[in-house]
Design a protein around this ligand. Sequence first.
Ligand code: ADE
Length: 536
Amino acid sequence: MNFHILTLFPDMVMQGLSQSIIGRAAERGLLSIEAVNIRDYTKDKHKKVDDYPYGGGAGMLMQAQPVYDAWKAVGDRIADRAQAISPQYAPNVCVTPQGGQAQDARKQTDQAALGRIRTVYVTPQGETFSQQKAKELAREEDVIFLCGHYEGIDERVLEEIVTDYISIGDYVLTGGELPAMVMIDAISRMVPGVLNNGESGETESFEGDLLEYPQYSRPEEWHGKSVPEVLLSGNRRMIDAWRRKAAEERTKERRPDLYQKYARGQACIAALEKQKLLHMDMIELLKRGQARILFAEGANICLQDKESGIYFHTAEDEQTGHQMLKVLGEDAAAEGRSYVQTAEMPEGGVADDAAQANIGAIVLHQEFMIEPVREQFGLTNTMPCSQVVYTKREKLPITGLYRADGRSDGELPVIRPLGMEHLDTVALHYHEIADRTYVAGRIAKRAMYGAFLGEELAGFVGMHTEGSIGMLHILPEYRGRKLGKALETYMINRCLERGYTPYGQVTAENGTSKKLQESLGLCCSKSQVYWLEREP
Ligand code: ADE
């Protein structure tokens, strides 16, 4: 991921971001950070970048010209780099034509401002920064931050280049550099590989709407205060329970607003757990802090997965089911209208068809809702599947399946994350998902794992955006060597380490997968869930 900071104080930004975890990630090539001095782009012979505001008023304003030229220089560099790498992997970037007219180039880069290269103006007048926003921005390849000074920036340039106005809180600082650094820090730790433990910050404050529990280190006693005894017990279950309770109490006391949200989620989980296997997808979304609740009345619940945008729907009766579809449609339409006009949206056509255009998939938990959803949203591709859930807490044994030490002995495979160099192999062998970009995205997120025999990729598995284990495939020449079992075991144990309940979804015709799940002790739901998507 690449950060570009437009500033009058490049040294301040670079010094702040060259240390510790972010500095190390930049050294390892996981991030690149450049500070661009806006002053270098002024056409004023005295290097001036500010002037008085029309209409009078206190202070000076940053002028449009140097800000625009600095931004355009960065935009053009991003476009050139994207084109050099591969135009097909640069969907977020407008490419300036080589040797084209200056006017053309200008038009193209202007287009980039209309929602393509994310350009964040850090300002107390923006929406408040959040963990969710950090996650969203971490999905971008490039983000430009514009740091204001003096009394602000000429509105006309902001209109042309800014895609997001973001504040770090309701207080005013002397400039945008510190807020930009705060945001870059929070975004960077969401980038796969930046945190050493590879956990990408999934189990911390603000995940699952709970603050983090208190932590203790040596010595056992300090200033007469002892470490809570349960933490010395070695009993994982008791420790987890203690931590959850402590996190709840802390959240209730320090952030009652957040606690309310958490309590609503807990009520949904309790209702869904009455049919636990059937609802495992929705339960896990809620537990992992990935769900947006659209509707919740008893066991009638509609959620949206914040990561993929997919909707999940479960209803006790048809009437309430319809009522929920109305809410869902309105939600999708509203989301459509909030989009900046982009290439994917037909010109002027966002309002009427916004709901349809914005619904990628709806997952239903009752058969009686299939027809209404087909009719209302045009999602006619129906895939029924059973949920398979690993309900135990103990990890599965790995002896004879794969080498945990990462040293391949030619007999047993080593399991490690796939890199982009494996995308072609995955696309060639795995046909369930036609969308190559989806697989590329999963690889980029380190959510796909391969079984390697020596350097040969023999099979792979992944975690879908919404959290289920899937995409399991063994290359034909390596079948019959328990590699499927090895990969599935690896994923189950990985989920358990993160405190997740491992689950997947299998179609009725996939007998091989069903058999494998059963042999590993997974339980299968009696009723099915129905994935409804648009015809490919
Ligand atoms: N610039 C000055 N104060 C700010 C704030 N609170 N957030 C973002 N940018 C700022």
